[in-house]
Every structure is written in structure tokens, then in C-alpha cells.
Design a protein around this ligand. Sequence first.
Ligand SMILES: Nc1ncnc2c1ncn2[C@@H]1O[C@H](COP(=O)(O)OP(=O)(O)OP(=O)(O)O)[C@@H](O)[C@H]1O
Ligand SMILES: [Mg+2]
Length: 276
Amino acid sequence: MGRLPYGAHGSDAYRIIQTIFMEFNETSYAENKEVVVSIHEIQRLYSRGTETVRALDGVDLNLYRGEYACVMGPSGSGKTTLFNMIGGLDSPTAGRVFIDGVDMAQLNAKELAFLRCRKIGYVFQQFNLNTTMTALENVMLPMIFAGMHPDNARVRGMALLSKVQLEERWRHRPKEMSGGQMQRVAIARSLANNPALLLCDEPTGNLDLKTGKEIHNLLYDLNKNDKVTIICNTHDHNMLSVSDRMIWMTDGKIDRIALTADVHIEKASLGEEDYE
Ligand SMILES: Nc1ncnc2c1ncn2[C@@H]1O[C@H](COP(=O)(O)OP(=O)(O)OP(=O)(O)O)[C@@H](O)[C@H]1O
Ligand SMILES: [Mg+2]
């Protein structure tokens, strides 16, 4: 049993306190589940002058098909670095990452690009949309990369925009959309090629509370109804409370894992000391 106070969450003037009732038992959790991502002893070191930054310092983790896992941890604890490793956007200094049983290190550039395009969907805090393209073109892009005929990509693109309730905005460019709308386009784009895994790095970090809830509902629906596996770096109370597992990181290591059902999540007002 442990009590983990957690720091302020962006625009919400509260902090989250978690009380964990049970230690996580990987063996029983893994029963009847299929591994989608398997990470073995990864390290990611950066040189900064004479100093070495251990962004990831020996991380082992399995992610299971259909689960919704949330990652938390203080700034600089290695969350984005971990996501970049899983997403094949960067490679570890040591250790291995397997996606659907495939060792990423064994892939050449073309195979890696194929895997990233087909198996993984990305949602970032800053949306990362192509600003010169319309909403529809942004969503179509990964399908075109994957070799789909443009006519089919357009039909599927519209269906995905409709899923995020933006079909009427298909012609709009990012600068003509709100933050929440841009993030919904980014989510539609992330689903373009039916990914095995959706990586969401602070997907509501740049959004207000209400818009954040819309994104949260959308991700929740994708996980529960469409069985999309989601790993989400978030401190958003709504997202945490519907996840299956919570993973805490500190100093490039996984500190603790718990089933969300075993965690009592409490919102507390921020005190003066929380801003120090
Ligand atoms: N390209 C880089 N060169 C040097 N150091 C880096 C680089 N990228 C990340 N780091 C360092 O690695 C550590 C982990 O960074 P990372 O971005 O993964 O943290 P984070 O947990 O995502 O933080 P935040 O919550 O602020 O987004 C930090 O100390 C960071 O300064
Ligand atoms: Mg980060």
C-alpha cells in the first residue's frame, strides 16, 4: 500500500493523490492477454557535454492488446523518451523493443517506416498536423503513404472525420480550427491504418478542461468499443480513472505499476506549497 501525491495538472487547479491498495501482479494480469509491445531492459542515454543524461535507465514493460494504460511521472522522468522508443521515433542505447513480436532493431529504414505507418498511431500534445493541408488531407496522408488508392483514402478519411464528429470541417485547415478540433483530426489521422497501438503523449495537455473531456471520451470510446490498445501519457483525472493500468515513472525508471481498479484516485485542491 502506498500513497503517491502527484503534482499540479496544468490548467486544473487540483492535484491528484493516489492510494494504491494492492501490488500489481503481472502474471495474473497477463492471463488470457496477448502482448502487443514488449520492452526489455531499455536504456536511452544522452550526452550533454561531459555529463550523461539517463533518460531511460533500464525499463521493462509489456503492453497488452486492448488495454488502456496511463503513464505518469514528473517532468523529465522519461515518458516522452519511452513513447519515442515504442513508436520507433528513436532507438534505445541498449535493450530491445518488440511490436507484435517484431524486434524493431532488426528492421531496415523501409521496414521501420512501414511498421510505424501501419501498426502505430500517434497523438501528440501539439497535434503535429500539417498546417498547409485540410483536415481530410491530413487524415488521408498515412493511408497514401501506406499505398492506398486516393479514392479509397478519401472515403475512409471522411468516415474517420465523421467518427470524431468533424465531417463538416473536412475542408478546413488547422489554423481555422480550435485546439480540440485539431486534436480530433490528429486522432482521426492516428487511426488511418487501423493501428495495433495508439500512443498518446499528453493529448489533452494543450486543451481546456471541457475540450479535454471530449478527447478523453473519444479515446475511451475507441478503447472500449473499437478495442484499440492505448498507452497515454497523462495526468488528466478523467483519463486516469477509466484506464486499466497506471504506470509511474521516475528518473528514467518504472517506479510502480498498479491496476486502476486497485487505486483510489482523489482530487485535492492545490495549496500554496504546490506552486513552489
Ligand atoms: N535530445 C535530447 N538530448 C539531451 N537530453 C534529452 C533529450 N531528450 C530528452 N532529454 C532528457 O531526457 C530526460 C527525459 O526527457 P523526456 O522528454 O522523456 O521527459 P518527460 O517525462 O516526457 O518530461 P515532460 O513531462 O516534461 O514532457 C530529461 O532529462 C531530458 O532533458
Ligand atoms: Mg514529455
